[in-house]
Design a protein around this ligand. Structure first.
Ligand SMILES: [Zn+2]
Length: 380
């Protein structure tokens, strides 16, 4: 047993404790001592004048698209971006895709993002994710009418996701959710991201209908039009405390009420939203509704980096949200949804220790953590 002391410690609720020490035994947290009076000096490892905090969690990315970093044009709109993505992705070998993903995993771990939810429709990053030191899950993502990967066998660090309400049949969405619930696993789905989705779900747009038909996807029994993507998913009965809704860009009060009532989590990826749709989520409303909000970056095909600190900086610069709330979304709120597996990274008694030390902090501690330089974050 030993104690890690720092001038500041971010506790499991996101509060800052001054001059405290984290007690660690066999790699697990056994408590936080708020007074060092009764601890012998030989048991204390003093980190210094900075802050000891949990590693941050990227709650939505697609590692398999890391090979597309800086290769796509965001300025021509979402549709042209999708076409370019598919064309360029096909030209890159799986081997190159895996090398790029491995490089990103390495740089995430070195810069303080120690947990990831990785979404994959190709299925090629499963093994490297399982073998990596990243905490979290690799999600096989399904779309269309029929599953490619879905099965009932529970595997370590593996779960399943549906792509989106307008791309995946309601039967398949329900089936995935049923299986992930049986496995006591998380379920993730992109929700309310693009105009294409909005127009199809709320107006049954001809354009998207034709696209689905061209892919032999019969949508005659899909419950469209619905009031919104959130309402649509609620009708399918797939919103609960293990569901993560990614993006939620075009949501109204009714949608936030449903999400809150169902106790689902929203993962926002605002840099990607800005790049692809020139829109930002209504983060203020999300906080007002007291919804569990976590942060993702989406992939390097739509965002400049997978570093959650960059996402936090962007939020601080573009929204009227206090830095403590932003930091909690990055490293405390994920535990509210992943806590059941004890892989969450807060400093809660019983959790596996996963710490980050940042030496350079000033008076406004939350803000200086968010603006910390990559090389000043020491993963312990
Ligand atoms: Zn995504």
């Amino acid at each position: 047993m030993f104690y890690l002391r720092a001038a500041y410690i971010l506790d499991e609720f996101g509060n800052i404790l001054k001059n405290a020490a984290l007690c660690i035994e066999n790699g697990c947290i056994t408590g936080i001592e708020k007074s060092l009076k009764n601890i012998s000096e030989t048991e204390i490892k003093d980190l210094g004048p900075g802050i000891l905090m949990p590693g941050v969690f990227n709650m939505h990315t697609h590692l398999e698209l890391s090979c597309l970093k800086n290769k796509l044009d965001f300025s021509k709109g979402f549709k042209s971006w999708v076409i370019e993505l598919i064309e360029k992705r096909e030209k890159i070998s799986d081997e190159k895709k895996i090398i790029s993903a491995l490089n990103e995993i390495d740089s995430l771990l070195k810069s303080g993002t120690t947990g990831v939810l990785d979404i994959s429709s190709l299925g090629i990053t499963k093994e490297i994710f399982q073998k990596s030191d990243l905490k979290g899950y690799h999600f096989y993502e399904e779309l269309g009418l029929k599953e490619k990967f879905l099965n009932e066998k529970k595997e370590e660090k593996i779960s399943f996701a549906a792509h989106a309400p307008h791309t995946t049949s309601p039967e398949l969405i329900r089936k995935i959710k049923n299986i992930t619930n049986k496995q006591k696993n998380l379920f993730s789905i992109h929700c309310s991201e693009s105009d294409e989705e909005l127009n199809f779900i709320t107006k049954k747009s001809k354009e998207w209908g034709e696209f689905l038909n061209s892919r032999n996807i019969d949508f005659s029994d899909w419950p469209v039009p619905s009031k919104s993507s959130v309402e649509y998913l609620d009708k399918l009965n797939v919103l609960d405390e293990k569901t993560i809704l990614v993006h939620v860009l075009d949501a109204k009060d009714d949608d936030f009420s449903i999400i809150k009532k169902r106790n689902s989590t929203i993962c926002i990826c605002p840099r990607s939203n800005k790049n692809l749709h020139n829109k930002l989520p209504d983060l203020k409303k999300m906080f007002e509704f007291n919804i569990n909000i976590v942060l993702g970056t989406d992939s390097l095909a739509s965002c400049e980096s997978l570093d959650v600190f960059d996402e936090m900086k962007f939020i601080l610069n573009n929204f009227q949200i206090s830095p403590d709330k932003i930091l909690k979304a990055g490293c405390i709120n994920p535990s509210k949804i992943i806590g059941f597996e004890k892989i969450c990274q807060t400093f809660k008694k019983g959790n596996i220790f996963n710490g980050l030390y940042i030496n350079d902090v000033n008076k406004d501690i939350y803000e200086s953590v968010i603006f910390s330089e990559k090389n000043k974050r020491i993963v312990l």
